[in-house]
Design a protein around this ligand. Structure first.
Ligand code: FES
Ligand SMILES: [Fe+2]
Length: 356
């Protein structure tokens, strides 16, 4: 099994923290054919078996390294397009049809991933080693039936850390999104403060609530999420404030897929009203707002984070960066140790291959 090597903790961090669930695709993106994706720098093939269950393997044929995602979906396994090798969902080679008896058959050659499909999204556990994944716990807006949500995604040409910074920065709403139907109100100046929670922290404007993008929360409950709410006037339908639960999944070190679940507390006919209104009117407005974020982020000065002059509004950003850095230093050590132990196993495993 081939694994990426990182030179240092910063490079490790640039590809994304592990020992977390990350959303990787929307459910509707995986149908009959295998899908090839890159997340956290890993090339992964994702497919759905005949029961609808989603599987994920390293997207690399153990024979000669062809992309398994170019091949066929055979239910509980995928077949490589190049010479037909069939790899099961657990990474074991089930068949090498081109050879009568091949020592690769029955060998565990390909890295497999834990997968969960929840809330219309496919989550993959990016573990550092082979230990069991943590439980994936959602914030109330996704966990409770009282809420209704839409999953909206975008791919941004920017490292995920910039996407996270952007959400950890409530003050930009008042300026960048001032033309938005929901974000033009409130003071254009604020003192900000930080409050720890059981799962992370809240960063908020002092003395202003229920007006604009007044606060943001970072939480870690099996996955790393961001949460915020935008107050809505009644004319934008039932359900009170509009909530966003967001995840920024690294594609590689220069690209990110953002997942924003847009939620409102609505039941019964009000839910139908809100869903109709959202699809026909509000979604377009929200895409406009997201596009403003994308433009600013993709056009930031090169390596912007290396030459910043931060001030009081950026305390949430600096706190989260510190947490990420510490986690990366810790994980980088664990990752290196695990890679080393794997290399030894691979040398032993190589004896199953005829040398010549
Ligand atoms: S490279 Fe996949 S079967 Fe040969
Ligand atoms: Fe924004």
């Amino acid at each position: 099994m081939t694994m990426r090597n990182f030179n240092d903790a910063q490079e490790y961090l640039d590809y994304g923290l592990r020992n977390l669930w990350h959303p990787v695709l929307a459910s509707w993106e995986v149908n009959d054919s295998p899908v090839g994706i890159t997340r956290l720098g890993d090339n992964i093939v994702v497919w759905r078996d005949e029961d609808g269950k989603v599987h994920a393997l390293e997207d690399r044929c153990p024979h000669r390294g062809a992309r398994l995602s170019l091949g066929w979906n055979l239910g509980n396994r995928v077949a490589c397009w190049y010479h037909g090798v069939e790899v099961r969902f657990d990474g074991v080679v089930e068949d090498v049809p081109a050879v009568a008896s091949c020592p690769m058959t029955g060998a565990d050659c390909v890295k497999s991933y834990h997968v969960q499909e929840v809330q219309g999204a496919i989550f993959i556990w990016f573990g550092i080693d082979d230990s069991a994944p943590d439980e994936l716990i959602f914030p109330e807006q996704l966990a409770s039936d009282d809420w209704s949500s839409f999953l909206c995604m975008a791919d941004w040409k920017v490292n995920y850390q910039y996407a996270v910074d952007n959400v950890m920065d409530p003050m930009h709403g008042t300026y960048l999104h001032s033309a938005s139907h929901s974000m033009y109100q409130g003071d254009r100046q604020a003192d900000m403060s930080l409050r720890m929670t059981k799962t992370g922290f809240v960063f908020e404007k002092e003395g202003q609530t229920g007006v604009n993008f007044d606060w943001v929360e970072y939480g870690q409950t099996g996955a790393a999420w961001l949460r915020l709410s935008i107050p809505y006037q009644e004319k934008f339908g039932p359900g009170g404030s509009f909530w966003i639960v967001g995840y920024a999944t690294p594609i590689d070190k220069d690209n990110t897929r953002v997942f924003f679940f847009r939620c409102r507390n609505v039941q019964g006919w009000e839910r139908d009203t809100w869903r109709f209104l959202y699809r026909n009117y509000l979604e377009g407005l929200h895409w406009d707002v997201l596009e403003q974020d994308r433009i600013v982020l993709e056009l930031l000065a090169p390596d912007a984070r290396d030459h910043e002059f931060l001030y009081q509004h950026d305390v949430g950003i600096t706190r989260l960066r510190r947490m990420f850095k510490r986690a990366a230093e810790n994980q980088f050590g664990l990752y290196q140790a695990y890679q080393k132990s794997k290399e030894n196993v691979d040398v032993v495993g190589a004896t199953i291959h005829p040398a010549e």
